[in-house]
Design a protein around this ligand. Structure first.
Ligand code: NDP
Length: 449
């Protein structure tokens, strides 16, 4: 059977077997279609039914999370952990706490994570988890009780050699602290079972910065292929959480100007840019006071606020979607390109719809897909695991230089692979194929498991 036909048949089966999970299908379609050229060279993957095995999670755990709110009322949420692939290492991937979380979102994230982790070349399998719990508007006490209840089930399924969760949307240092505390209490073990920990209890320097910094390092390499750098470039950034904040910090350091930030309610546009002082104010607003981004214009009245809008209508040369999936539609992508944008670095996971991706690819702009561009977060989690195992802590410079090196080699692997398979400059194809081959070869070597 021809590889193209094989892929389409596998996709048909997946559509039937995973109804009501559009995000998962979107992620699978993109990966499977782009690895077709590999199947032509390596028919043994078809023989061993690697694709059919790869799209089926090794294990899915779903559980009830009961907790008590500040009024003494009982609340019930749903918890998940998707252990997608352990072919090249223990399951690794974040936890997301957001009301939109359901099985299909976490399966898409876990599936993407498998290839992303492979691309880093560190020994990490892929997983993802979370809950439909919304930390927004909850007191610290409520968040703590929720996290303790969540871990009271999750601890049965994780340990440092099996599955090592981290943060994602809605799960930052505070949540990781409560989750780690409960794991330690139940298991009576102080181990590196979670990453993103605080510095005084096993965390790594640069982990909070890693996804944003890493994305900028990746994009710096893309620019280099055209003999350019970030000096004087104007950038749009969406989101205002962890990834957005550190993307701006690194872009500022490299001489770029970032003019937007957003959250789920709207976009702030500051034409003078978010310099370090303004960024510090935003970090305080979001990380300490847990406020909304619209409050920025009260403090800095020269800035504009666009309620209900995303940043993509504002002209700029570079765009860093750093909020959530499918936040750049086909129309947004067309408008970005029309307005002169020629670099997109995805800090978020799958932030561009398939129509948007087509626009970027057709316009031949520098487009760094999340799977490659935001791999710095999990790579530094891998470095945190290594430090925990050795019971040592590396300096800020040491971790940062390892992160940078990993992003350079991730870029080069995607870039070289794209060339090798006849699609120079296509980082989507390059990243998917490079990530896929390592996992597929490990699966072949390990037999039918
Ligand atoms: P945070 O929770 O710190 O911030 C998320 C930001 O995105 C907030 O500004 C939030 O606004 C906004 N956002 C969330 N959901 C939506 C939505 N449905 N529509 C519009 N805006 C939304 O998360 P992170 O910064 O950690 O994560 C951002 C993205 O980066 C995610 O896609 C995540 O998967 C990805 N990522 C994160 C990594 C990490 O290390 N943290 C690693 C790799 C990828 P609001 O407050 O209104 O919800």
């Amino acid at each position: 059977m021809s590889p193209t036909l094989h892929v389409e048949q596998v996709l048909e089966t997946i559509k039937k077997r995973n109804p009501g999970e559009p995000e998962f299908l979107q992620a699978v379609v993109e990966v499977l279609r782009s690895i077709t050229p590999v199947l032509e060279r390596r028919p043994e993957y078809i023989e061993a039914r690697i694709l059919e095995r790869m799209v089926e999670p090794e294990r899915v755990v779903m559980f009830r999370v009961p907790w008590q709110d500040d009024q003494g009322r009982c609340q019930v949420n749903r918890g998940f952990r998707i252990q997608f692939s352990s072919a090249i290492g223990p399951y690794k991937g974040g936890l997301r706490f957001h009301p939109t979380v359901y099985l299909g979102i976490l399966k898409f994230l876990a599936f993407e994570q498998v290839f992303k982790n492979s691309l880093t070349t560190l020994p990490m399998g892929g997983g993802k988890g979370g809950s439909d719990f919304d930390p927004k508007g909850k007191s610290d006490g409520e968040v703590m009780r929720f996290c303790q209840s969540f871990m009271t089930e999750l601890f049965k399924h994780i340990d440092p050699d099996t599955d090592v969760p981290a943060g994602d949307i809605g799960v930052g240092g505070r949540e990781i602290g409560y989750l780690f505390g409960q794991y330690k209490r139940i298991c009576n073990e102080f181990t590196g079972v979670l990453t993103g920990k605080g510095l005084s209890w096993g965390g790594s320097l640069i982990r909070p910065e890693a996804t944003g910094y890493g994305c900028v390092y990746f994009c710096e390499q893309m620019l280099k292929t055209r003999g350019e750098d970030f000096r004087g470039k104007t950038c749009l950034v969406s989101g205002s959480g962890n990834v957005a904040q550190y993307t701006i910090e690194k872009l500022n350091e490299l001489g770029a100007k970032c003019i937007t930030l957003s959250d789920s309610e709207g976009t702030v546009y500051d034409k003078d840019g978010f310099g370090q002082e303004k960024l510090n104010w935003v970090m305080d607003l979001k990380n300490i006071h847990r406020g909304r981004i619209r409050e920025y214009v009260t403090r800095y009245p020269q800035a504009e606020y666009f309620p209900g809008k995303r940043p993509w209508h504002i002209p700029a040369q570079c765009a860093f979607p750093s909020a959530t999936q499918n936040e750049i539609s086909g129309e947004d992508a067309a408008e970005l390109v029309r307005n002169g944008c020629y670099l997109v670095g995805e800090g978020a996971n799958m932030p561009t719809t398939p129509e948007g991706v087509e626009h970027f690819r057709a316009a031949k702009i520098l487009y760094g897909p999340g799977k490659a561009a935001n791999a710095g977060g999990v790579a530094t989690s891998g470095l945190e695991m290594a430090q925990n195992s050795m019971r040592i802590s590396w300096s800020r410079e040491e971790v940062d230089s390892r992160l940078k090196q990993i992003m350079i080699s991730t870029h080069d692997a995607a870039c070289e692979t794209a060339k090798e398979y006849g699609s120079p400059g296509d980082y989507v194809t390059g990243a998917n194929i490079a990530g896929f081959v390592r996992v597929a070869d490990a699966m072949l070597a390990q037999g039918l498991v």
